[in-house]
Design a protein around this ligand. Sequence first.
Ligand code: RAT
Ligand code: ZN
Length: 416
Amino acid sequence: MAQLPQAQIDTIRETVSRAVAEVKITDIHTHIYPPVFGELLLWGVDELLTYHYLVAETMRYVDIPYDRFWAISKRSQADLIWKTLFLEHSPISESCRGVLTTLDRLGLDVSTRNLEEYRRFFAAQKVEDYVDRAFELAGIESVVMTNDPFDDLERRTWLANKPIDSRFHAALRIDGLLNSWDATVPRLREWGYSVSPDIGAETVAEVRRFLRDWIELMEALYMAVSLPPTFAFPESSPRAKLISECVLPVAVETGRPFAMMIGVKKLTNPGLRLAGDSVGKSSIEVVEYLCSNYADARFLVTMLARENQHELCVTARKFRNLHVFGCWWFLNNPSIIDEMTRMRLELLGLSVTPQHSDARVLDQVIYKWAHSRAIIAEALAGKYIDLAASGWQASEDEIRRDVAALFGGNFWTFVR
Ligand code: RAT
Ligand code: ZN
């Protein structure tokens, strides 16, 4: 293999980094909303600071009882987090750094450390314009939301049939259906679906009708669920029955993928609320079983445990109806994104979607994409440099084509 001249290495790095910096992204899994969803759209510095990732980090340093923390105002929570994580310690964690990247990209001076000044900046923004600004700074073209028909606020907005900003696509989130069936039965009944706990033929037909109705109303691109490390399939549980009898048949019939986000241990520490979920290693055999036995269905899969990442890549090599995506939640850290992206490129080439933002606060798309782009660009550049050493030169157009696929193109091909 030829030893490449440094100038050629530098040129490849620059070309890849420019292509990645300029690509317009489809962010395939977020928790953000357009303004029409009212208070569901979170934005601004107090929301950034009270992100549940930062709540968990703060609680390691302070001894305030959890209940007291939740009882104080959001502004006071943000004050405590700012003081604890930014002023009393250097903010080196990925989530802390994210707040600073965001403020910096918005043109604020982080060296002043003046939270009140940042608050004044956000208070002067008009939300509609701010959405445009955040999209622009993040370089995103569109996002996929997480849309829960069991959330009353969200439900009301969908049922009101208001026009929705076309940059925001829907994903029908069905955790309620699959993870708490007993509590869901009375709600479905209340909404006119004739279901009963035992999941007989009529219930199956009615749950299918419910899924079809909501896919249509939301124009959902896919159905999605988060699942525990103990997720098993097949098994005799309401969840497994609902997946095989309702979700997968509707997925096939409507041509919508089923997204499984596997590996979350809910409320390991209930006092922390949303910040209290943890991670566990899951069974890859379940993914293999589903992909193999439901060959007509398509699965978008991300797993939360680092330990599952290699076998997930190998499984994707075996099943083309499996699309691997994202570095989810506790994996969305530079060292792990780097490792996972390289492994995926090596095992799956360009047939993955390496990242999603999971932003819960609109402004987070700015930092999450700035940080991920840099790491993915570096991993990718390494691959083109290795190719060049063999004599294969990827052209700039080819590099741009590949980058567009990784940052949204593959997803669109898969959902369509
Ligand atoms: O990453 C997160 O913010 C988690 O709290 C979850 O929302 C997770 O991403 C999910 O979609 O369940
Ligand atoms: Zn999420």
